[in-house]
Every structure is written in C-alpha cells, then in structure tokens.
Unconditional design. Structure first.
Length: 286
C-alpha cells in the first residue's frame, strides 16, 4: 500500500498545481482584455505619428538639422530590452533575451554595447553578461504615458549629448493571445522615410517646419517607447494566459492518468488480499 500512498500524494500535488495554473490563467485573461484594448486603441495614432515624423524628417534636407536625426559613426550602442517582472509566460522573455544577446554579440560586434532593462527578467539575465546602465522594472506598477515619457527623455538626452550613437528597442509586439512577434526598432537616430523626390510639396507648414519638427519629434519618440512597452505588456498577459492554459491541460491529463494508475493498483491490491483470504480458508479446511 506504500505505492498507493505515493500515487495519492502525486494526485493531490498535481491537483493543487492545476488549481494554481487555472487561477493564473483567469487572472491573465482578465488583465489581457484591458491591456489589449489599450494597445489596440493607441496603435493607429502611434503608427500615423511615426509616419508623419518620417515624412517630415525626409523633407528636412539638413536645414533644420534635428539633433535626433544625427547619423554618426556608430561606436556605442544602447539597447532597450523590454521583458516582464515575472516568469511563467512561456518563451516570452526568452525570445527577447536571445534577440538582445544576438544584437550585442553579432549585429553590433566590435562596438561598445550597453543595456537599459525594462523588467526584472532582463535586468537579472543581462546584468550578468553586459553593462546595464538602468533598470526600469517599476514602470509596470504605474504604466502611464507620463512615466514612460520621463524615461524616453533620458534616452533622448543620452543620444543628444553623444553618450550613444544609436539606441534600439527590443520588445514583443502583440498580435493575439497566442502569438507575439519579437521586434527590433531603431529609436535614435530617427529613420527618415525613403521616398523618391521631394516630400515638402505634400505639406503646408504652419507656423513653420522647424517649430513643428521641434515639437513633433520628442512627442513621437515618447509615443514610440510607450507603444513598445504597451505592446510588451499585452503580449506578456497573452503569453502567460496561453502558457497557463497548456499547463492546466497537461496537469488535468496527468491527474487522470494517475487516477487510472491508482485505481488499477488498488484493484490489484484488493484482488491479492482476496486471494490470500481464499487461500487461507482453503488451507484451514484441508
């Protein structure tokens, strides 16, 4: 019966795990709805703002010379790696960390590469191999545009004062609850839209091109970073919900198999006891 007791303990353990994963799935599903609505609502605005910025940047012809469009020889690179604070979300964090390491060791090989971490997973992993100059894991506690804008301003300042020649963002783009796409976007310098001919004829600038550019570029950069974090936030809950759903299904299947094994072992034990009793009775009769 010791074997039966061991199986009972395993059934109890698996059932407890199943309850936890099921609860985590429901929590992530509730959070996902809100996060998905937020990124779906802001994505058209962010994309249109980026498109407008690229068009205007292409029309500058170097006359306003925005400091955010300064293409320098790339010697120092800053990579903004956006992960989560917690695990149990499948390959969500692993994919970002793999891409971040690939950029540092292959794409930017021979250059000085530093990191800015969003999420404890990025800070803990990258901090062991690279120089992480800042950790903004607390941004998820109060994820607002104003809080992200302050971080974006610090990144913009690092570029304008020459501390880094290029800044890139690595994050998971939300497609649906089961699919996240690893994205690498150039944050600074601004990438002008590649078009044929002059773009200036398509726009009427008022009050002036320079004033519009000076206001539009910082706002667009802040929005770009905020969109990346929002995308990652929605992707995290989608990935965790999917992972916990699979874990719950696996736990249910394991529990059913253990119950079947337990019933078979219990039936065998009962049969053996009956045979022993019958054998004992026959021995007494003889």
């Amino acid at each position: 019966m010791a074997n039966l007791k061991e199986i009972r303990n395993r059934i109890s353990s698996v059932s407890s795990t199943m309850q936890i994963t099921s609860a985590m799935k429901m929590v992530s599903a509730a959070k996902l709805k809100k996060a998905q609505d937020a990124i779906t609502a802001m994505r058209p605005y962010a994309d249109k703002l980026t498109e407008l910025l690229q068009n205007l940047s292409a029309s500058l012809e170097g006359d306003s010379g925005s400091v955010y469009a300064d293409n320098r020889i790339v010697k120092k690179v800053l990579i903004v790696s956006i992960t989560s604070n917690r695990g149990l979300c499948g390959a969500f964090n692993t994919n970002i960390l793999k891409q971040s390491v690939h950029l540092a060791e292959n794409v930017h090989a021979g250059k000085e590469v530093d990191f800015v971490a969003f999420g404890k997973k990025a800070n803990d992993f990258l901090g062991k191999r690279f120089n992480v100059i800042a950790n903004h894991s607390g941004v998820y506690d109060d994820l607002t545009f104003d809080n992200v804008a302050e971080i974006a301003e610090s990144l913009m300042e690092l570029f304008t004062n020459g501390a880094y020649d290029r800044i890139e963002i690595v994050y998971n783009k939300f497609k649906n609850a089961a699919t996240q796409i690893v994205m690498t976007e150039q944050f600074l310098p601004i990438v002008p839209l590649e078009v044929e001919g002059s773009v200036s004829a398509d726009y009427t600038f008022e009050p002036s091109k320079i004033e519009i550019i000076e206001q539009l570029i910082p706002k667009s950069l802040k929005t770009q970073l905020y969109k990346g974090i929002r995308d990652s936030f929605a992707s995290e809950h989608g990935a965790r919900m999917t992972a916990m759903h699979k874990a719950t299904d696996n736990a249910t299947e394991m529990r059913d198999q253990l119950k079947l094994t337990y019933n078979k072992a219990r039936q065998a034990a009962i049969t053996n006891e009956i045979l022993e009793i019958v054998g004992g009775a026959e021995a007494l009769n003889n």
